[in-house]
Design a protein around this ligand. Structure first.
Ligand code: SF4
Ligand code: MG
Length: 321
């Protein structure tokens, strides 16, 4: 099917500064040469541990932060080269849903004001039309116009994320980038919100990029899944193929790891042998070599190329010919 988004050689290096003069002392390669595409109507899951660059990737796609290098092509137009006004236009078509709806919803604004805001920003519709759309979108996400005059604190976490989703839908986007949209929610509520997202996707013919650390959540919603490690996309395949037949040692470790529930963070921590290296000082060669049980000499010196095994992409020296 048709491509909606193409990402080529995307990089984001953050300078590390220090000392009295704030001199540049190095850089964090938060996203380091990442390429992928997203087809119209599909969900691409992006999974990895915290600090792997998955959220940065999401923010780069909308140019909330500027890339250091690479190309982002949305419907044949290059986002990376757009003027401010072109970017404004494309931000109607691409919307974000964030992890913590409480932090992303203005507590002093009513739900109606929150949902109307993107329309006002983009100059869409008359006041009457905007109010009508607020009502419609509240119903789409399982709330009602009765909730329009209420404030974020009057809702549960799950309801607040429904409001976050309704807000993302207001401008009739084509692509929604959801960054850990259910991670802050109780497990019992997660499935409801995921199912809502699936229903909405069908109803409005939406394309999703779904970013999360939780492999189970990503599997539930994705058509294809990419795995990131220390700023790199190390494996990407059809969802079932990736979970049934993982090829990269890191993906295998992730899938066999026992999740440890963390009561403070309300999320599962992934346990893999060895510490996650600092992104400011990543290992040479294959960034996973310090934790890999199959590490070979070449892995310590040479960055692995990406291999395409019948549409299953893996960047690992085990698959060198
Ligand atoms: Fe392990 Fe080497 Fe493959 Fe990296 S390239 S995952 S170190 S086998
Ligand atoms: Mg994140």
């Amino acid at each position: 099917s048709e491509l909606l988004l193409e990402v080529k050689g995307l990089k984001k290096y953050f300078p590390i500064t220090g000392g009295l003069l704030g001199r540049k002392q190095g850089e964090v390669k938060a996203v380091d040469d990442v390429s992928f595409y997203v087809k119209k109507g599909e969900t691409l899951g992006i999974v990895g541990e915290s600090g792997c660059g998955k959220s940065t990737t999401g923010r780069l796609l909308m140019r909330l932060i500027e890339a250091s290098d690479g190309r982002i092509i949305f419907e044949d137009k290059e986002i990376t080269k757009m003027s401010k006004s072109e970017l404004r236009r494309v931000r109607r078509d691409i919307q974000m849903v964030f992890q913590d709806p409480y932090a992303s919803l203005n507590p002093r604004h009513s739900v109606e004001q929150i949902l109307e805001e993107p329309l006002i920003v983009h100059g869409i519709g008359s006041k009457e039309e905007r109010k009508k759309r607020v009502k419609e979108m509240l119903e789409v996400v399982g709330l009602s116009s009765y909730h329009a005059k209420r404030y974020p604190h009057q809702f549960s976490g799950g309801q607040r994320q429904r409001i976050g989703i309704a807000r993302a839908l207001m401008t009739k986007p084509k692509l929604i980038i959801a960054d850990e949209p259910v991670s802050a929610l109780d497990v019992s509520i997660q499935a409801q919100v995921l199912n809502l997202m699936k229903d909405i996707q069908k109803e409005f013919n939406l394309t999703y990029i779904f970013i999360a650390h939780d492999l189970g959540v990503v599997r539930h919603i994705s058509d294809r899944v990419g795995v990131m490690y220390l700023g790199r996309l190390i494996e990407l395949a059809d969802c079932e193929e990736l979970y049934e037949n993982p090829k990269h040692p890191y993906t295998k470790a992730l899938l066999s790891a026992v999740p440890i529930p963390d009561p403070d963070l309300k999320k599962q921590t992934i346990l893999i042998e060895g510490e996650l290296p600092s992104p400011a000082n990543p290992p040479s060669g294959c960034a996973f070599h310090t934790r890999c049980t199959e590490c070979m000499d070449i892995c310590k010196t040479t960055r692995p190329e990406e291999h395409n095994l019948n549409g299953h992409y893996v960047a690992c020296h085990l698959y060198n010919k």
